[in-house]
Ligand binder design. Structure first.
Ligand SMILES: [Zn+2]
Length: 484
């Protein structure tokens, strides 16, 4: 009991989000025990609670990736340096971030090995071996893996030197098939973000200067975080025939000519965990959408010293009942005060708290509290599981609706550079503006305002008017934001 005051202040120690967003973010990551710093600079340890969130995201993605005809495989962590250098743009794009292994088994290696920053090079090499005829196509392979990109400035989940992801790599007979695949995956990612993570996204094409090194076209999904900055939540690349030419992936076509395959690659990462934190969290900490909450319900027994005799048996029954209904539930049996437990689970973002005391048991009821709205209500024990499930659905929907409303409030359309600069200096968010399509204007705007073009939405109308910066006719309507 003497330890209690220390623990209590621990829960309250979170910097309010409204006061300092990035301090709040780091506090939540550490104190909700999602991740911790490691002895390796720029690398983090994903703790069990954070890993459980990632596993739920993984499952949601993996089932959809498989349902669209893809299969999982695994390729090596190391790539011979000579392979990475085969695609010129690719190697140039990744060069500053590459980590090398130069020694092994106590000897200097004849050829240094790259620790994969992405796997196009090794997978392309294998595809060249596996593909002979159009009958071998398409190849639809995904892998779950870690990759390493040397980062100067890191931030838990959002940017770390080593991170976890899935990377899909496909090969097709025609350009159209590759483009269809690229967009199909973009839709798949958007669905997972919106339906599972409750995180609305804008689907669009990246500019030439922001596309993946070596790709023909890159598409992204972009989400708005609680501080008004954008997060690139996933990318899908149409590689054209660039990698096929570099790695000599050819096939005999239906009309017996030899052709290069059309490729795609696509990925989302543990960064999505950071997105969930920053989209939904509040001053009290994490707010998890039920679909990715390791515990959807926490049962907290309330009572005097003899609660283990008076309350615990019913609490265990309720836990069993909810578990049987497919609800992820934990029962907090620790000796801490109920108020302390409330604060802790609130900080860790559990969607529903179920309080159970002797008086509730007398009435055959439980008290239930929602994390998203903080509403409390007494519910009869009869039919509890069904009611809990419908509350979880309501919370899932409410979080998404809230995030959409926030994004809409923080998205503005401008016609002049003066308006654009005023917004970027003041209230952050997305700014939609006409752009001439040149890299010069894009770079100038970035240098002057720190805002980048996040993407150009697929469904946006043909822009009227002139580029906000140079007054030449606009060729695209671009979504700008300051980004992570
Ligand atoms: Zn311009």
């Amino acid at each position: 009991m003497s330890k209690q005051p220390v623990k209590e202040s621990f829960v309250k120690e979170i910097t309010p989000r409204s006061q300092d967003f990035s301090a709040w973010y780091v506090d939540v990551v550490l104190k909700a025990e999602l991740a911790d710093y490691s002895p390796v600079k720029g690398c983090m340890v994903i703790r069990p609670y954070g890993y459980a969130v990632w596993e739920l995201i993984q499952q949601a993605l993996d089932s959809r990736i498989k349902a669209t005809g893809h299969v999982n495989a695994y390729f090596p962590l190391f790539i011979p340096n000579s392979l990475l250098t085969k695609e010129a743009e690719h190697v140039e794009g990744f060069a500053p971030q590459v980590a090398y292994v130069t020694h092994g088994g106590g000897e200097e290696l004849e050829e240094k090995l790259v620790v994969r920053p992405t796997s196009e090079a090794i997978i392309g090499t294998m595809y060249a071996k596996w593909v002979q005829s159009w009958r071998d196509l398409p190849i639809l392979i995904n892998q779950w893996a870690n990759v390493v990109r040397w980062e100067k400035k890191t931030y838990p989940f959002l940017r770390t030197t080593e991170f976890l992801w899935q990377e899909g790599h496909t090969a097709h007979e025609t350009e159209k098939e590759a483009e269809d695949e690229t967009l199909k995956i973009l839709d798949l990612y958007a669905e997972v973000c919106e339906v599972v993570l409750g995180m609305p996204v804008v689907k669009g094409r990246k500019t030439e200067s922001e596309k993946f090194a070596g790709a023909l076209r890159t598409y992204s999904i972009e989400a708005l975080m609680g501080d008004g900055r954008a997060l690139q939540a996933g990318t899908s690349h149409n590689l054209g025939q660039n990698f096929a030419k570099a790695f000599d992936i050819t096939f005999q076509s239906r009309d017996k000519t030899v052709e290069h395959v059309w490729g795609t690659s696509w990925g989302v990462t543990t960064r999505l965990v950071g997105g969930v934190i920053m989209v939904h969290g509040d001053d009290s900490g994490l707010v998890l959408p039920p679909a990715v909450a390791p515990y959807q319900v926490v049962v907290v027994p309330i009572g005097r010293d003899n609660w283990r005799e008076t309350v615990l048996p019913t609490a265990l029954e309720i836990q069993a009942q909810l578990r049987a209904a497919g609800v992820r539930v934990t029962l907090d049996e620790r000796e801490e005060r109920p108020g302390w437990k409330f604060a802790e689970w609130e900080m860790r973002g559990v969607p529903l708290r179920l309080e159970l005391g002797p008086k509730d048991i007398e009435k055959s009821a439980v008290m239930i509290a929602r994390r998203d709205t903080r509403e409390k209500q007494s519910l009869p024990m009869a039919g509890l599981a069904e009611k809990v499930r419908s509350l979880l659905d309501e919370i899932q929907k409410n979080l998404f609706d809230r995030a959409i409303a926030f994004r809409d409030e923080h998205t503005q359309r401008v016609a002049t550079y003066a308006e654009f600069k005023a917004i970027m200096e003041g209230r952050p968010g997305f700014v939609i503006a006409p752009w001439c399509g040149t890299a010069e204007c894009e770079a100038q705007i970035k240098a002057e305002t720190q805002a980048t073009i996040r993407n150009m939405p697929l469904d946006s109308a043909k822009p009227g008017g002139t580029c906000i910066r140079c007054d030449k006719p606009a060729t695209a309507e671009a979504w700008f934001a300051k980004a992570y």
